[in-house]
Design a protein around this ligand. Structure first.
Ligand code: GTP
Ligand code: MG
Ligand code: ZN
Length: 351
C-alpha cells in the first residue's frame, strides 16, 4: 500500500514532513495528524480515517499538541514517533513548576483578531505578532467590526505599521461575504488559529468561517481537575473551504515569555534605525548621534512605538529571568532532597 498523498495533503501534510520519513518508515508506518487532545487519549486522522489512541509510546513520555503529526505502526496502529514541528505555540503552565505546555502545532496562519473601534490596541497587536513570530507562524491581522467604523482604512493603515509587510484584512465578522477575504488562508490543507482579546469577535468569526452557529457548545466536554465540567475544545475543526481551524482555549492565555527574538523581528524598524546610532550600545535616550531619536524628531518613528517596544522587552526579560531563576531553585531543591533521602537510606542500611 502506498501513502495516498492527496488524502494526506488535505490534512495538512507537506514536503517538510515527508522528508522526515526514512525508507523503513514508508514501509512500516503511516502518518496521522492529531485532531483532538483529551485527557488520556488523542484522536488522530490519516488515510485510514479517524481513530482514538491511548497514551502509549511517545504519547506517554512527551506532550502531544493538536495539529501534531505522528507516525503510527501500519499493522497495530500504535504510535511510533512524533514528527518535527513546523510551528508550535507553547506556554508556561500556571503554578509553581510552570512546566512548558504545548498548545498547538503545525499552524500555518494566525488570525490576530482586533476590532475597528476603541478596542483597537497597538500594544496588544505587537505582542501577538511577537508571539506569532516566535511560534514560526504567519500572522494576518483581522480587523473586525469594520461596519461600525467610520473610517476602517485609518485602522488598516495603523495596523500595517505594527510590523513591516504584515497583512491586514478589515471585515464584518458576521457577514460571510466580508469574511470571504480570509478564505485564501482557509483552503485545503491549511491550518489556521485565532488569537485576540475578549469581545473582539473571535467566536463570531469562527461561526461565520465554519458555518457552525455555536462552536462554544460544540467543544469537547471533559472533567477538569476539580471534577467540574468545562468546555475545553482542544480540537481541529473542518472549514468549508477545506482547511482546518485550530481551536484551543489555551491560545487565549499565551504570555510573553522567551519571545525576545519575536520582539526584535516585529520591531525590526527600530533595530534598523539603531544600526545608524553613533554608539553601538545606544539607549536612544538622549545620546548624541542617536538615529532613533532623529527618526522620532522628523516624524518617521512614532515615539509611542519606541515606548511600547521598551515595555515589551522589559516584560519579556522579567518573565523569562524569573522563570529561569525559579527553575534553578527547583533544581537545587531537588538535589538537596535527593541528598537527604540518600543520607537517610545510608543510615538505615548501616547496622
Ligand atoms: N457590528 C459587528 N459586531 C460584531 C462583529 N464581530 C463581532 N461582533 C459582535 O461583538 C460581540 C462580541 O463578539 P464575540 O464573537 O463573542 O467575541 P469573542 O472575541 O469571541 O469574545 P470572547 O469569547 O469573550 O473572547 C458580539 O455581540 C458580536 O455580535 C462585527 O464584525 N461587526
Ligand atoms: Mg468567544
Ligand atoms: Zn540611539
Amino acid at each position: 500500500m502506498s501513502i495516498s498523498l492527496t488524502a494526506l495533503a488535505e490534512l495538512g501534510w507537506r514536503g517538510d514532513f515527508q522528508s522526515q520519513l526514512s525508507l523503513e518508515d514508508i514501509e512500516t508506518a503511516l502518518p496521522v495528524r492529531v485532531m483532538a487532545v483529551h485527557r488520556g487519549a488523542i484522536d488522530v486522522a490519516g488515510i485510514a480515517g479517524t481513530t482514538r489512541l491511548p497514551p502509549t509510546g511517545p504519547l506517554r513520555d512527551e506532550p502531544v499538541a493538536v495539529g501534531d503529526w505522528l507516525l503510527v505502526d501500519r499493522i497495530g496502529g500504535r504510535p511510533i514517533r512524533r514528527l518535527e514541528r513546523m510551528s508550535l505555540f507553547k506556554r508556561r503552565a500556571a503554578g509553581t513548576g510552570r512546566a512548558e505546555q504545548v498548545i498547538a502545532a503545525n499552524v500555518d496562519t494566525l488570525f490576530v483578531v482586533t476590532s475597528c473601534n476603541r478596542d483597537f490596541n497597538p500594544a496588544r497587536l505587537e505582542r501577538y505578532l511577537a508571539l506569532a513570530e516566535e511560534a514560526r507562524v504567519t500572522p494576518v491581522i483581522v480587523l473586525t467590526k469594520r461596519d461600525l467604523a467610520e473610517d476602517a482604512e485609518t485602522y488598516r493603515r495603523q495596523a500595517e505599521r505594527m510590523r513591516a509587510g504584515v497583512l491586514v484584512e478589515p471585515v464584518d465578522g458576521r457577514d460571510p461575504g466580508s469574511v470571504a477575504t480570509l478564505s485564501v488562508w482557509c483552503g485545503p490543507g491549511q491550518t489556521v488559529a485565532l488569537l485576540g482579546s475578549s469581545g473582539v469577535g473571535k467566536s463570531t468569526l469562527v461561526n461565520t468561517l465554519t458555518g457552525i452557529t455555536d462552536l462554544a457548545t460544540a467543544g469537547i466536554r471533559e472533567d477538569d481537575a476539580r471534577g467540574r465540567h468545562t468546555t475545553t475544545g482542544r480540537a481541529m475543526h473542518r472549514l468549508p473551504a477545506g482547511g482546518w481551524l485550530l481551536d484551543t482555549p489555551g491560545m487565549r492565555e499565551l504570555q510573553l515569555v522567551d519571545v525576545s527574538d519575536g520582539i526584535e523581528a516585529v520591531f525590526g524598524d527600530i533595530a534598523d534605525l539603531a544600526r545608524d546610532c553613533r554608539f553601538r550600545d545606544c539607549g536612544h535616550d538622549g545620546e548624541p548621534g542617536c538615529a532613533v531619536q532623529a527618526a522620532i524628531a522628523d516624524g518617521r518613528l512614532d515615539p509611542d512605538r519606541l515606548r511600547r517596544y521598551r515595555k515589551l522587552v522589559a516584560e519579556d526579560r522579567f518573565n523569562s529571568e524569573t522563570l529561569a531563576e525559579r527553575r534553578a531553585r527547583f533544581k537545587a531543591f531537588g538535589k538537596m532532597a535527593r541528598g537527604v533521602m540518600a543520607a537517610k537510606r545510608q543510615r538505615r542500611e548501616r547496622p
